[in-house]
Design a binder for this molecule. Structure first.
Ligand SMILES: [Zn+2]
Length: 430
């Protein structure tokens, strides 16, 4: 059973087109800001007794954590959500964002990104691709290992407005070698020291929320099963979940899944490479169904090579939906086919998921998957003031998967403004 059991559609598509969101063809309004910098945090003066720092007015709030899908205003004070109600008085807020005809969601959580730049070939700057594009929390999925995590901690995480948490690669060098065929990180098992990984995780409990390991033969040679045994030992000792990258593994997937436990996460679940989750006829294999039954979770992790429309459609027809939708953003896919998380989410709209089903998979489900150390993925009063304001454009859009195959969709999500800890961030122009 996944985190979010597929339910009947929450909103009929036609209701949305005719009703709440009205005209979709509004230009993005970046408010004149084309830099990453947030607007100045409103500073109350002695004469200013308005209780709210920010009011997001008139948007259609979609918050699956509260089963909410209607027009509400969201009031924020001191970096926390304080009220989510209809017709809150604008005069009570020092700053007002007009979200009419927009969607308002909990700040999006992307559980598979690579936001550790300058060390190895994968990492990207976090803020231009995350907080300015609706993602308030990004999980760096194993770009760093025990030897390199200190640099992520010291130089990247504190400088980013995006909240960053990390999965520590069980291989101590992390992902510094790229996909050069003879330089996979798990080809030399001396780098895979579970005791070292546990020590670093224990010393950085505030930022490291789990472990990561990759199982493509080009990264492992014949060592994937032994690497997984060591990762299993580390995860058990630290009592943290383990995310495994699948697709093209040396060892058949059932043998790998057998070592995964409740709360562990398979990413790149819907790739079209050998040893995937479906058989040659497109049927989800019994071992995968059994893994889900015992609580193993299945994430998208789109990436440049790991998301197939064909495989996803086979799975959806069998009722096998992902537990979370993530981008796997890294340097080789930010100019396509991934671009960002909202583009990935738009692909699931064309595949037939409704807005509730899509947003559950990047808010409440993601927040439950890992312990992020903050109340996120929800707009409940008291939660972090992480909010995404998005446009839902109507038109004729072409989307491309990791195999270069395309689908056309009539709707596209576009970030308008993101609130992170009470501050505003706009998309970077161009
Ligand atoms: Zn990745």
């Amino acid at each position: 059973m996944g985190l979010d059991t597929p339910t009947s559609f929450w909103f009929a598509r036609r209701e949305w087109l005719a009703g709440a969101t009205g005209s979709f063809l509004l230009a993005m309004s970046p408010g004149g800001a084309d830099a990453l910098t947030a607007s100045p945090h409103p500073v109350p003066t002695e004469a200013d007794d308005r209780p709210w720092d920010l009011l997001i007015r008139g948007g259609t709030v979609i918050d699956p954590s509260q089963d909410l899908g209607e027009i509400r205003d969201v009031a924020i004070r001191s970096g926390k959500i304080v009220r989510v109600e209809r017709d809150l008085p604008a005069g009570q807020a020092r700053q007002v964002v007009d979200a009419s005809r927009k969607l308002v969601t909990p700040g999006l959580i992307d559980v598979h990104t690579h936001v550790f730049p300058y060390v190895g070939p994968y990492g990207i700057e976090p803020d231009p691709y995350c907080v300015t594009r609706g993602v308030t929390t990004a999980l760096d999925a194993g770009t760093s290992g025990a030897f390199t995590f200190p640099a992520l901690r010291k130089f990247i995480i504190p400088a980013a407005a995006t909240r960053i948490r990390a999965l520590l690669h069980v291989v101590s060098i992390g992902m510094v070698t790229g996909s050069t065929p003879d330089m996979g990180e798990l080809e030399d098992l001396r780098y895979c020291d579970p005791e070292l990984a546990v020590r670093v995780a224990e010393a950085n409990r505030d930022l490291i929320v789990g472990f990561k390991i990759r199982f493509s033969e080009k990264y492992t040679g014949p060592n994937d099963l032994e690497g997984l045994k060591r990762a299993r030992a580390a995860a058990d000792q630290a009592q943290l979940p383990l995310m495994t990258h699948i697709g093209g593994s040396f060892t058949p997937l059932p043998q790998l899944l057998a070592l995964m436990r409740k709360g562990d996460v398979v990413t790149h679940s819907f790739n079209s490479r050998p040893h995937g989750i479906v058989d040659a006829a497109g049927k989800v294999t019994p071992e995968v169904q059994e893994a889900r039954q015992r609580g193993v979770l299945f994430d998208v992790g789109h990436g440049a090579g790991s998301f197939s429309f064909d495989v996803m459609e086979h799975c959806l027809r069998q009722g096998f939906l992902p537990d979370t939708i993530s981008s796997d953003l890294y340097s080789a896919n930010i100019h396509g086919p991934v671009y960002d998380l909202t583009t990935t989410l738009s692909k699931f709209l064309l595949l037939g998921l409704n807005l509730r089903e899509v947003f559950a998979r990047c808010t409440v489900n993601a927040a439950r998957m890992f312990n992020f150390g903050a109340e996120i993925g929800t707009l409940k009063p008291g939660a972090e003031a992480d909010v995404s304001v998005l446009d839902l454009l109507a038109g004729d859009f072409t989307f491309t998967d990791s195999d270069g195959k395309t689908r056309r969709g009539g709707r596209k999500l576009l970030p308008v403004v993101t609130v992170r800890a009470g501050k505003l961030f706009y998309p970077v122009a161009g």
